[in-house]
Design a binder for this molecule. Structure first.
Ligand code: CS2
Length: 505
């Protein structure tokens, strides 16, 4: 790695764009003429690789100047992002890495401003309420929607929510800000905006609607009725693998085109966005840059969540136990590749609807190619993080449906057993410590740690597993798997091999 003296390297900003080599795709549109038609809350890596990328491509065509993006950060952690983006005139590099090794570098210019809410509350409310704002989009993670995972109902016990319900002009949460802004728009006779969730949640629009209304009704009943009648919440399936940014991504940009970008984003070349066309205040023509508008997004979401996200968890949990650290490393081991394919073909596909225009076999082949992308280096710690929120959506519905249909569940069962070991020990099978990240980690650990005295103890977490421990076929497989996993000298790969061989009756 070359050494660079920070001070001598030109910073990425509007002025330095002209100096970039011609192989870097730079915004060739007049950024000074853009208006922020979209205000986006939660500017993480995924937003920068997905929605901001689609808008960047659209802005290259004439007539879309009203669809620039103003980012909003609600969390204290976003201070550094605000400072970085400001220094860079809100420009950043997207390093797009193809499975065949090809790399495209793009500077994304669609973000034109960023507001850091803890320092400028009223400015955020005014921005959301501004007549130029047509869409308020969100990537606030599953936790940001504030629902109880067991019941799916709004969680009124969250202290931030209690604060926001009682302090309408001093919000902290996304719901507090959105409601404050909609109130202003209502009072000023302006149209409502669309609230567009871009989080990887099934029926993300319906969930957002339900939670926002549950919040607003506690604050102002008339306002909540106005929201219900005027705001739309399109459902969407979003997809692009975006690993956590690393120091090597910064070094790569400096080495490749001699410019310093403090927060570049790396992502895969694949991108998909399937959206229900329900925008109450206009929308960009995302379909001309690759997104797809459909009447019902449900089958696309199910396919993505049960194949891609669950597939990730299969590799993530089994691979972590073996001692691998990235998805590409895990899938390059033939037994893991075979296991994933068997899981997708035998346990997931029988429950999926055939979708017009989608060849499921090709979709699965493409997934395997995407996971195998050597240039992505997606850490298993990211994949396994928040498994307690993910698996009840990604994997457990597949198990339940197969049990109901009398189909095999053995491949998925071993993954749950591996998750128990992972939560209990927090190490791989050699005893090396793993980076376990989960809001429910203490409950998971406590339940899993009782496995030695009661093999089904982990499954007693009903908010995660529902009634799986009462399903005898599942419980039998699961018991065998944990017994084997906890036995000295047993190896996850040997267990995977056993499961792949048809079990006798
Ligand atoms: C991953 C996703 O950990 C996970 O949940 O499966 O973040 C995945 O990379 C994205 O959904 C891809 O669109």
């Amino acid at each position: 790695m070359q050494q660079h003296t920070e001070a001598l390297v030109t910073r990425l900003n509007q002025q330095s764009l002209a100096q970039l080599p011609s192989h870097v795709d730079v915004p060739n549109y007049d950024r000074s003429s853009l208006k922020a038609g979209i205000v986006h809350i939660g500017v993480g890596g995924f937003h920068r690789a997905h929605q901001a990328f689609y808008i960047n491509e659209l802005l290259k065509k004439p007539g879309y100047e009203r669809w620039g993006i103003c980012g909003v950060g609600l969390l204290e952690d976003n201070r550094r992002l605000r400072d970085t983006l400001k220094k860079q005139d809100h420009l950043y590099t997207l390093t797009v890495r193809h499975p065949n090794g090809k790399i495209d570098n793009k500077v994304i210019g669609s973000m034109i401003d960023f507001l850091f809410a803890p320092d400028e509350k009223q400015a955020v409310i005014n921005k959301l309420a501004h007549r130029d704002t047509h869409i308020v989009s969100l990537t606030i993670t599953e936790g940001g929607y504030n629902f109880n995972p067991a019941t799916g109902e709004f969680d009124y016990s969250n202290p931030d929510i209690i604060h926001d319900i009682n302090n309408p002009t001093d919000p902290i949460t996304a719901f507090g800000y959105i409601t404050a802004a909609l109130k202003l728009r209502k009072e000023q006779g302006l149209d409502a905006f669309t609230v567009q969730s871009c989080d990887n949640i099934q029926h993300n629009g319906n969930v957002t609607r339900k939670m926002l209304l549950a919040f607003a009704v506690e604050q102002d009943k008339a306002l909540s009725e106005w929201i219900e009648a005027n705001v739309t919440f399109p459902n969407a399936m979003v997809d692009r693998i975006t690993p956590v940014s690393k120091k090597s991504d910064i070094d790569y940009v400096i080495d490749t085109y001699g410019v310093s970008d403090e927060w570049p984003i790396t992502c895969e070349s694949f991108a998909q966005w399937v959206i229900e066309d329900a925008f109450c205040c206009g929308r960009p023509d995302w379909d001309i840059v690759g997104a797809q508008f459909v009447l019902d997004v449900t089958p696309y979401e199910t396919m993505k969540i049960r194949l891609l996200n669950a597939g990730h968890s299969v590799l993530g949990l089994l691979g972590s136990l073996h001692g691998y650290s990235t998805i590409d490393e895990t899938i390059s081991d033939p037994i893991f590749a075979e296991y994933l394919r068997a899981f997708m073909d035998k346990e997931v596909t029988p429950n999926l609807e055939q979708l017009e225009g989608i060849d499921l076999k090709l979709y699965k082949d493409t997934l395997i190619e995407r996971f195998a992308n050597l240039n992505i280096k997606d850490n298993l710690s990211r994949i396994c993080s928040e498994s307690a929120a993910k698996l009840p959506k990604f994997l457990i519905p597949t198990i339940n449906e197969n049990l109901l249909q009398g189909r095999d569940v053995s491949l998925a069962t071993l993954v749950i057993a591996a998750w128990c070991f992972y939560s209990d020990k927090g190490t791989d099978e050699q005893g090396n410590k793993l980076d376990v990240i989960d809001a429910m980690q203490s409950e998971l650990h406590e339940a899993a740690a009782k496995t030695a005295i009661n093999e089904l103890a982990f499954l007693s977490l009903t908010s995660v597993f529902g009634s799986l421990n009462e399903q005898s076929e599942f419980a039998t497989y699961y018991k065998n798997d944990v017994e084997a996993l906890y036995a000295p000298a047993r190896k996850i790969k040997a267990l995977m091999k056993n499961v792949l061989e048809p079990r006798g009756n």
